[in-house]
Design a binder for this molecule. Structure first.
Ligand code: FES
Ligand code: FES
Length: 179
């Protein structure tokens, strides 16, 4: 039995520099949950299919299960725990509450981090854009209409016919029928 080599890395997580010694195969997701104590980021599929693990790295959304922690050495990571400012929720968090955009809540941290990245990308102009650009985030509870409304509200867009354009869709994508 030999000792597994560990690599010293420093990440800036939610505004704080954190030092770790990690084996080369540790994912960013496992580092966040198991070594940084930030369990808000969820593990769903663990292979890039569900979006539950979405976080922001240098402001860009990524699936944290698909990147190694050592690859993010020196980078800035924002998780769901880092979005609120004290007691003041991020506008997306507030909108998710107001639009009842979750049921079990397991996908919610990833949905909100993904939406944060989507807004920063500046590509979404309408609900169809929101649905397309959020298609990497699955919701087993099927809260897609409410999620789209919440994101749309923060973006300042509305359905062409209130209550119709979003409600008539079952998921973010036609393939997103969950069993
Ligand atoms: S847990 Fe990372 S995409 Fe599903
Ligand atoms: S709210 Fe349950 S999986 Fe989305």
């Amino acid at each position: 039995m030999y000792a597994q080599q560990q690599h010293p890395i420093r990440l800036r997580i939610n505004g704080q520099d954190r030092d770790f010694a990690v084996e080369s195969w540790v994912t960013l997701l496992d580092l966040l949950r198991e070594r940084a104590g930030l369990t808000g980021t969820k593990k769903g599929c663990d292979h890039g299919q569900c979006g539950a693990c979405t976080v922001l790295v240098d402001g860009r959304r990524i699936n944290s299960c698909l990147t190694l922690a050592v690859m993010q050495d020196g980078h800035e990571v924002t998780t769901i725990e880092g979005l609120a400012q004290g007691d003041a929720l991020d506008p997306l968090q507030q909108a998710f509450i107001e639009h009842d955009a979750f049921q079990c809540g397991y996908c919610t941290p990833g949905q909100i981090c993904s939406a944060k990245g989507l807004i920063a990308e500046g590509q979404a102009r309408c609900f169809d854009d929101v649905r397309e650009l959020m298609s990497g985030n699955l919701c087993r509870c099927g809260a897609y209409p409410q999620i789209a409304r919440a994101v749309g509200e923060v973006l300042g867009i509305a359905p062409a016919q209130p209550g119709q354009a979003v409600d008539e869709q079952e998921g973010f994508t036609t393939g997103a029928v969950l069993t």
